[in-house]
Design a protein. Structure first.
Length: 419
């Protein structure tokens, strides 16, 4: 972290818990009130926590650091949201279980090259369009699992692995060491999806083919996506954000309006994510500080414990700081320093399985909840804006994450991280 960590009182974890419970419950029992007032509620919780840090704990620098991370997060998410919205992919082939499986697998591979945010924003709309008339919460959930999260496991082109890269983990390390685990998790999830989609599709698939040709409108914006990716990976904070905003402005104003209209583009999903993550970033400050102060109390002394510990925390916290906290704890066991590049490189080659456990825990478990990884809530918001019945916060966990994702991740842990 870039600011002094302050040990918070456990009571300061309350606002974060209240926010999570509110996101889970209020849309179910007070939907209209929640939609009208969630912005004020998120801002109030964030302001309360941040104000206590500033005035009671003299932690202004800590709050400023979190505010900078939030601003950078919104710029990155918003940039990919807008530029991907300026590309319209028309896939004439109607959805079938097999074509959906091929699409999701291709999306997961693409996400490893352009990042989970970029791939999710680019591919979600055509995926929903392919499944028009029969798209369901299951399609949204598996898209989040496979493209929005598993797709970030092999290359450090975005958080959390990007943070390891700038700390000294070699660029191709995860691709060379984590591909068997990634392929296992992805393959099992795709088999489950194929069976479930076949059941859903039975007797309901409509063979409508309004066009026999694939079309891509706004294709020059692929260059803008590449520019965003290069800026994200190679340009430091402070300079990165203005450059990304410039790329977005050029893309948005030079792209014909009809491309955005074809994508049914609107700002509501991004606005919703911005408000909710304002609350999350604000209330998460003491949670992350508490975890970092008490990391040694978690007794993460084996690869399996690092895998599950990193993973479960990544499911309810932002996976980027969780990844760094776990990596720092693992390095400290061997008296190595996360801020010393040779130490991190030494750890990567001397404790490969442990680093793989941390890396995969942070990336694969991000799909446990909507707040585990940055694309998740945005995928849900876009699906809802296109009238696809995305599952609510609790329904997503109970119907999809716990019975489907967790057993698959447990299988990966059992095969690869026993010790």
């Amino acid at each position: 972290m870039g600011a002094t960590i302050i040990e918070p009182h456990p009571a300061l974890l309350g606002p974060f818990a209240i926010l999570l419970l509110s996101i889970a419950i209020f849309p179910l029992i007070l939907r209209q009130h929640w939609e009208r007032h969630y912005q004020k509620f998120c801002a109030l919780l964030a302001a309360t926590t941040s104000g206590y840090y500033v005035f009671a704990l003299q932690g202004l620098a800590r709050v400023q650091h979190a505010a900078g991370e939030y601003a950078s997060f919104i710029v990155v998410v918003g940039a990919f949201f807008v530029v991907a919205g300026a590309i319209h992919l028309h896939i004439p082939r109607p959805a079938s279980p097999l074509s959906n499986v091929m699409f999701l697998f291709s999306g997961s591979i693409l996400a490893n090259f352009i990042g989970t945010i970029g791939a999710s924003m680019l591919l979600l709309r055509p995926f929903l369009h392919m499944n028009r008339g029969r798209g369901s919460g299951m399609h949204v959930a598996f898209f989040i699992f496979i493209v929005g999260n598993l797709g970030g496991a092999l290359l450090p082109v975005g958080p959390p692995l990007f943070l390891g890269y700038i700390k000294g983990v070699p660029f191709l390390w995860a691709a060379l060491h984590c591909w068997p685990q990634w392929l296992t998790a992805t393959g099992v999830l795709l088999v489950i999806f194929f069976v479930a989609d076949t059941i859903v599709c039975s007797g309901r698939c409509v063979a409508e083919t309004p066009s026999t040709h694939f079309h891509c409108y706004g294709k020059w914006n692929f260059g803008a996506l590449l520019a965003l990716l290069l800026v994200l990976v190679f340009v430091p904070n402070g300079v990165r954000e203005p450059l990304m905003i410039t790329v977005v402005a050029v893309s948005y104003f030079l792209t014909p309006r009809r491309v955005f209209e074809a994508n049914e583009f609107n700002w509501r999903p991004l606005i919703e994510v911005a408000w909710i993550f304002l609350g999350i970033f604000g209330t998460m400050i003491p949670v992350l500080d508490y975890v970092e102060f008490h990391a040694t109390d978690f007794h993460l002394a084996s690869d399996a414990r690092f895998y599950w510990g990193t993973g479960l925390l990544s499911g309810v916290l932002d996976n980027a700081p969780t990844y760094l906290t776990s990596l720092a704890a693992a390095l400290s066991i061997d008296h190595l320093d996360i801020n010393h590049l040779p130490d991190v490189a030494q750890f990567a080659f001397g404790h490969g399985n442990r680093l793989a456990a941390i890396s995969l825990g942070a990336t694969l478990f991000g799909g446990l909840t909507y707040i585990g990884n940055s694309p998740n809530l945005l995928i849900r918001a876009i699906a809802e804006s296109r009238h696809v019945p995305a599952p609510g916060f609790l329904a997503y966990i109970i119907k999809y994450a716990l019975p489907i994702l967790v057993p698959v991740l447990a299988l990966v842990g059992l095969i690869f991280f026993r010790g």
